[in-house]
Structures are given as C-alpha cells and as structure tokens.
Design a protein around this ligand. Structure first.
Ligand code: CP
Length: 346
C-alpha cells in the first residue's frame, strides 16, 4: 500500500484498508516509541504547521511526532505571512503553496470557528493548498473535518474494547458497538470538525451510530448522509433523537460535545454571542453519571479540550470509564504514522 504524497483532509476519502494501515503502524510505534525502525523516517525533513486557531494537543503532538521521527515541525501563523484574504491584498495560495512545496515535506493546516466567514471556507482553503502544492496537505482540524482526531478516537476505543491501551489495536472489536454522539450545552462555540469526523470514521469501522441533539442543531446534511450510507453499507444502524437521555440506552461509547448550529455564520461572520445564548438554553444536555448508568457500561470519550460542567460532569470526565487521555495520547501515535506514511518516502 502506497500512501506517500497523499493528502489527508478527511478519513472518508481514504479506504478502510488505508486507515487500518495507519492504525497498525501507530500501534507498533506506540509499543516501540523510540525504536530505531522509526526514529529516522523523517530525517532532515520539515513539516509545516499552519495555525489560524490556537491548539494544545495538535501543535504539541505534531511537534513531538516530527521530532520522534527525526524531522522537524515548523510553526507558522497567517499573520506572519502577508497572505491575500477577502479583505486584504497579499500573496495568493497558488504562490504560497508552490513555494512551501519547495521547502517542506508536508503541510498541516488548522482553520476553525471565527477564522472563516461561512461553513465550508476552511475546507475550500485546504483543498486550494492541495491543488497548488505538491506536498501532502494534512488537516489539523478545519471547519468540516478532523481526520487525525478521528483516527485517534478509533485507536483509543479499539484499545479499550480490546486488550487495553498500549496493547495493540484491532478495530474489528468495534463492529456492532453503539456510538452515541450527544450534543452538549456550554458557552464554547465549537466547529463541526471533530464530531463530523467521528460519525464518519465510526460508521466506516462498523459501529452503530446514534446522534442526539436539540432540534435545530443538525450537522452538515451531506456528512450525515455519508455516515448513514457508511452504516447501511456495513449493515449497521444510523439513528437520530432529540431526547437528551434516550440515546444512552445500550451505548458502548458516549461522545458528548457541544457544536454550533447551522445558523452560526450570518453576514460573513460567526455569530458567537447568539450561538452562546442559544446553547445555554439547554442545561439538561450534559453527560452525567445517571445517563451513563443507562448505557452498556460505556466508555466516555471526548477530543478535548473538555468543557467540564457543561458538556460533561467531572465525575464522568475523570471517572474510571473515561478514555480521554488515552485518545489524546493516541493523537501522537496516529500522526507519527500519518507523517511517516505520507512524507517518509516509499
Ligand atoms: N483535540 C484537539 O484538536 O485539541 P487542540 O484543539 O488542543 O489541538
């Protein structure tokens, strides 16, 4: 299997076998973190990390990943680059992408929330860089997708339902397990990237998917349609409920997170105050121990940062069935595998 040079904008665009190859290599890298088989795979190579928005896990884990592979990750911010935007003159993506391709082995881009004026603009930007550049473009979370998070989710959940964290990854253990993706209230106005990626990749790996959210908080209908199609192709179910409790019944993985409404972007701007005011109308949309008791001994998952007290209680987020730190750790291992396979060489 040859993944060298491939863009990773969403897991939906990679074959399941290709995603499995990433997970398999990530598990081997996790088991032998500083082993000589891996420490020179990016030797002398640089991965550009282009951040429009802040990050804890993504920046740190990509920097560590490049270091552990013998390469380097360089942090870039748009304000330091004189780029052309809708409002300012400057360098085009056509020029920037082609020049970056002469220097680096790959380019990661993060663009979310208030850095776009309409849903889809971030995705279009990544695809514009991919169009003009000749190096792999990796989403580090954009308005539509977060593929590295999705891969880390699958790796973490597989470990928990398999032999345990760090003891190998067999995603077939997820077949027939039920993922509940539940909206959570709170003042953070979050993009759709992580949750859309989660329903896509979980449905590719044979999970039943239930989405629970208040009326008016649909995700992208095209992405929900793909998740439904993935479920159907695997003989699994895709369900939606607007009840804050019903979806917990029989769940094996509970993913509770806030996301913005489809009306979040108006007049070319994120309507943060209006979204916050709307989201705070639903205090019953919190994952707590009483709801977790309805599940089939589910694990609690979240891409982090967790909005404790709004999306989930401390008791659940820090409880014995929380896999959040294992999933966060796995960002490092899956990204090492992605960097090695797409940029390391054939
Ligand atoms: N999950 C995630 O992408 O975390 P950061 O926003 O901290 O990078």
């Amino acid at each position: 299997m040859d993944l060298y040079g491939r863009d990773l904008i969403t897991s939906q665009e990679w074959a399941v076998e290709e995603l499995e190859a990433v997970l398999d290599l990530a598990a081997r890298m996790k088991a032998d973190r500083y082993g000589p088989a891996y420490t020179s795979l990016l030797r002398h190579k640089t991965f550009f990390m282009f951040f429009y928005n802040p990050s804890v896990r993504t920046r740190q884990s990509f920097e560590v990943a490049a270091t552990e592979l013998g390469g380097h990750a360089q942090f870039l911010e748009p304000k330091a680059m004189r780029l052309k935007t809708a409002k300012t003159a400057g360098e085009t993506v056509e020029d920037a992408a082609q020049v970056m391709s002469r220097y680096a082995a790959g380019l990661g881009i993060r663009i979310l929330e208030d850095q776009i004026g309409a849903y889809g603009e971030g995705d279009a930007l990544l695809r514009e860089y991919a169009r003009w550049g000749s190096i792999p473009v990796i989403s580090m979370a954009h308005d539509k997708f977060h593929p590295c998070q999705g891969l880390a989710d699958i790796m973490g959940w597989s470990e928990w339902f398999g032999a345990g964290p760090g003891k190998g990854v067999d995603p077939t253990v997820l077949k027939g397990k039920k993922l509940l993706l539940s909206w959570g209230h709170g003042a953070l106005v979050r993009s759709w990237s992580s949750v859309q990626e989660a329903i896509l990749i979980a449905s590719r790996f044979g999970m039943d998917v239930t989405m629970a959210y208040p009326e008016g908080f649909d995700l992208d209908p095209q992405v929900m349609g793909w998740a439904k199609d993935n479920c159907r192709a695997n003989g699994r179910t895709f369900e939606i409920t607007h009840d804050s409790q019903a979806g917990y019944e029989g769940a094996h993985v509970v993913y509770a997170r806030h996301w913005m409404s489809p009306q979040a972007y108006q007049d070319g701007q994120l309507q943060k105050a209006r979204e916050t005011e709307m989201a705070l109308r639903y205090p019953e949309w919190i994952c707590d121990a009483a709801k977790m008791a309805l599940t089939d001994n589910a694990i609690f998952t979240h891409p982090m940062p967790v909005d404790r007290g709004s999306e989930v209680t401390d008791e659940v987020a820090s409880g014995p069935r929380s896999c959040v730190y294992d999933v966060a750790e796995n960002r490092l291992h899956v990204q090492k595998a992605v960097l090695a396979l797409t940029m390391g060489g054939r």
